[in-house]
Design a protein around this ligand. Structure first.
Ligand code: HSE
Length: 444
């Protein structure tokens, strides 16, 4: 059978990895796919760099639209990133009847509904394994391997940059700003790290996971997003003393009235495997009602790990190319014309409705009755305390200090309830600084 013809849009880190792995493993890949997969054209603004990667094995062009206009190209691989030109090119490729493979989480999390609809109308595939957790086949696991399950929740370390920073903060006892500068110097963090450190990249990925896990539309605008910029070395240390690690988690969970979709720093019991995922690695735990907890671990970024996912999608397309569109694996796992059991999509819940437990650190005057007053307010709100830690004033504020930190772990409560009681506690004259609140996930 004729090899499937691929056009690459962008040949940076992931594009070169894709080209090199396809070259290196072409025999195995052909035997798996049932036909060859050939990168016939590459478009990149830097044509010299593109030529240095592909030599004379593919035609290099400066204009991506030359690839889209070529009737011999079956699949367009979009590795440009972002919402701008990438969106226009993906929609044009679909309109031209090409299948699309993309690693672009931002594009799909924000414009996925429009893109998947256009693809369904044209009968083409949009595949995006590389968009979530790089080389970990989490999309395939959720969409196919776990298809028997009612998924209960998914929690993942899905941003390597922030996991690297948190690991360094814990190992070396350093504050966020210091570690970020070091991470940038070593090339682990981008010069503009905003999307990573503010949780946006993880939220893009969590949005896609949520849609696939629960059969709801992609809704990045409903995701709660909080990054790691406000975390202090002190909170990481206190959490450790209580038996927890702090991780930036992307969480999506089935609740009574809807779906939780949130990214924020979370305390995780140190004994959980996911709490021990260090450095730039990624890991995702999926809890299904039949299978229980399953864990997926690996490299979430990088040239060949991400290429591994891109090529897996190309193999799927090579295998499914000729299948009737109605019998292909649906991009978001559920057939688009089907809704949940109640005949409607579950809503994404506002944060006030989310139920979780908390770590709270309160800087107080070290005097009689302060702890009693605070625990009294929590009790009045029906919030049960799991553990309390109080440091020596000298240890917190230096010798002779009259201030100390109270650290309280709570049991589950509704976030709206917690917000209200924290506002009351913040107003007490004996509370001396803004309260730190970090959510806690037992993941059991
Ligand atoms: N910047 C991401 C990370 C990889 O640090 O994990 C691409 O999404």
């Amino acid at each position: 059978m004729k090899p499937i013809q691929v056009g690459l849009l962008g040949i940076g880190t992931v594009g070169s990895g894709t080209f090199n792995v396809l070259e290196r493993n072409q025999d195995e890949i052909r035997r798996r796919a049932g036909r060859g997969i050939e990168i016939a054209m590459v478009a990149d603004l830097d044509t010299a760099r593109a030529k240095s990667v592909v030599g004379d094995k593919a035609k290099v062009v400066g204009d991506a639209r030359e690839i889209i206009a070529n009737p011999d190209i079956d699949v367009v691989v979009e590795l440009i990133g972002g919402y701008g030109i990438a969106k226009a090119l993906v929609l044009e490729a679909i309109a031209a009847g090409k299948h699309v493979v993309t690693a672009n989480k931002a594009l799909l999390a924000v414009h996925g509904t429009e893109i998947f609809k256009a693809a369904a109308e044209k009968g083409v595939i949009v595949a995006f394994e590389a968009a979530v957790a790089g080389g970990i086949p989490i999309i395939k696991a959720l969409r196919e391997g776990l298809t028997a399950n009612e998924i209960q929740w998914v929690a993942g370390i899905i941003n390597g940059t922030t996991n690297f920073i948190l690991s360094e903060m814990r190992d070396k006892g350093l504050d966020f700003d210091v570690v970020l500068k070091e991470a940038q110097r070593l090339g682990y963090a981008e010069a503009d790290p905003t999307f990573d450190i503010e949780g946006v990249d993880a939220a893009h990925k969590a949005t896609l996971i949520s849609a696939i896990a629960f059969g709801i539309p992609v809704q990045f605008d409903k995701a709660y997003v909080e990054g790691i910029t406000k975390l202090s070395a002190a909170d990481i240390r206190y959490a450790e003393q209580l038996g927890y690690r702090i991780k930036l988690l992307g969480i999506t969970k089935r609740a009574d009235k809807g779906i939780e979709l949130r990214v924020h720093p979370s305390l995780v019991p140190a004994k959980r495997l996911i709490a021990n995922v260090e450095g730039a690695m990624n890991a995702v735990v999926v809890y299904g009602d039949a299978v229980g907890a399953t864990l997926y671990y690996g490299k979430g970024a990088g040239s060949e790990p991400t290429a591994s996912a891109v090529i897996a999608d190309l193999v799927d397309i090579a295998r499914l190319h000729d299948a009737d569109p109605a019998h292909r694996v649906p991009p978001l796992a559920f057939q688009s014309h089907t809704l949940g059991a109640a005949g409607k999509d579950l809503p994404v819940l506002p944060m006030g409705e989310v139920v979780t437990s908390y770590y709270v650190r309160i800087r107080v005057s070290d005097e009689a009755g302060v702890l009693a007053k605070i625990t009294g307010l929590l009790a009045e709100a029906g919030i049960s305390i799991d553990a309390v830690l109080q440091r020596e004033a000298d240890e917190v504020g230096g010798e002779g200090s009259t201030q100390t930190d109270l650290i309280i772990l709570t049991h589950d409560t509704r976030e709206g309830n917690m917000d209200a009681v924290l506002a009351q506690i913040q107003g007490l004259p004996t509370v001396l600084a803004p309260i730190t609140r970090i959510r806690k996930e037992e993941l059991n």
